[in-house]
Ligand binder design. Structure first.
Ligand SMILES: Cc1ncc(COP(=O)(O)O)c(C=O)c1O
Length: 387
């Protein structure tokens, strides 16, 4: 080497971190339980073995509905119900009950949204035009291409691409004629939901609140109710999809008289999660926790030129299902995911099967930012360690 030549900068592989995340659960659903979760404390008051239609059972279901309404700041006049079949059940129920009278714009940018389009086109087979407004993984489509004269079906946060709708949803007209049907399962309790723009909103308990699976949440605006009371689809509706009786909304469904049996254990667990939100100071600090988790991964991406967000626009970067792509091949990503699981550092962080190879790290409110920061150091170590 000539004396004046700069010495090659050897980047030392990072040492194996000594601090593991306190909780290695970074799955995108079911998600980590909330901090301080205690099985006995959370579930001790569940009316086990009692009918969900007893006064005790109904009181619990009503408490869950009322707390949801209050904590989410859902406007008066909107209805909230627990329905069968998790988020999928809730969104299918809405689509099968309400679609048909107007053309439909379906916006999707990852696999779940594509699934709703497929159901509309291949199963519902509507007589009206259906337009798909789409973008590849990592992008948001041009949502302004939707029409206020059409019904619009979309996903608020694309769980498998880590791309979410931009705050405010300005593209949805206030004076729209159609309904907006929004699958918000990985968004509610983590993102600001502009309720006035949403006619049907669905989510499930096992995502942002770390609750249990199998129960769906359905939130209807007065306009959605008006559609149910003015339109009868030409196809038969199974009992689990039915929200009306004699042409009128079945109001009892929104007051705790669920369509079929719920798990009182799961309801209790959901109430426990809602109490955690309440004790944390309400929705705003909960949203902040999720944003802080994303910030920990933004710092990680900033310091590692081999790591990138799949979401191309920071404004639509998800703060729950954070999807990363790495400058390496998919076998190494797979090996990293396995190594981190073997080390007990992170479980279930491989990207969704249909998405580009990479990592998907759940950053919802129940996850602690210190755990995300600790995980980031282990990812750096795993990347350097595996050839
Ligand atoms: C955007 C989106 N929609 C729907 C679903 C399905 O949810 P569920 O299993 O609660 O029906 C998921 C699950 O990950 C999702 O991320």
């Amino acid at each position: 080497m000539i004396a004046s030549e700069p010495a090659a900068v050897a980047t030392a592989a990072p040492a194996k971190p000594t601090t593991k995340p306190a909780c290695p659960n970074f799955s995108s659903g079911p998600c980590k339980k909330h901090p301080g979760y205690d099985l006995a404390l959370a579930l001790g008051d569940a009316p086990l073995g009692r009918s969900h239609r007893s006064a005790a059972g109904m009181a619990k279901i009503t408490e869950a509905l009322e707390m949801t309404h209050k904590l989410l700041g859902i406007p008066d006049g909107y209805r909230v119900a627990i329905v069968p079949g998790s988020d999928t059940g809730a969104i299918e129920m809405a689509m099968w009950s309400m679609l048909g009278p107007l053309p439909v714009d379906v916006c999707y940018w990852e696999s779940f949204g594509k699934g709703w389009l497929d159901d509309i086109v291949k199963q519902l087979r509507l007589d009206v035009p259906v337009e798909a407004i789409t973008a590849d993984y990592g992008q948001l489509p041009d949502l302004t291409k939707t029409s206020g004269d059409h019904d619009i079906v979309f996903t608020w946060n694309g769980t498998t691409s880590g791309v979410k709708c931009v705050d405010g949803a300005e593209w949805i007209a206030d004076d729209r004629k159609g309904l907006t049907i929004c699958d918000a399962t990985s968004a509610v309790f983590a993102m600001d939901m502009p309720w006035e723009k949403l006619d049907v909103t669905t989510y499930s308990w096992q995502k942002v609140l770390g609750g249990e699976a199998a129960h769906g949440m359905l939130i209807l605006s007065p306009r959605a109710v008006a559609r149910l009371e003015s339109y009868v689809p030409p196809w038969p509706l199974p009992k689990v999809f039915r929200m009306t009786k004699g042409g009128k909304l079945d109001e009892k469904l929104f007051k705790g008289a669920v369509i079929n049996t719920v798990s009182m254990l799961c309801v209790e667990d959901y109430i426990d999660a809602l109490l955690w939100v309440e004790f944390s100071g309400g929705l705003a600090p909960i949203l902040e926790r999720s944003r802080a988790n994303l910030a920990a991964l933004e710092a990680f991406v900033d310091r590692n030129e081999w790591a990138h967000f799949l979401a191309s626009d920071p404004a639509s970067r998800s703060n729950t299902s954070v999807c990363l792509v790495l400058d390496t091949d998919k076998d190494k990503v797979k090996a990293m995911v396995k190594l981190l699981a073997d080390e007990g550092v992170a479980y279930d962080i491989g990207s969704y099967r249909d998405a580009p190879a990479g990592l998907r790290i759940w950053c919802g409110a129940t996850v602690d930012a210190a755990d995300v920061a600790a995980l980031a150091e282990w990812i750096e170590w795993a990347y350097a360690t595996l050839a």
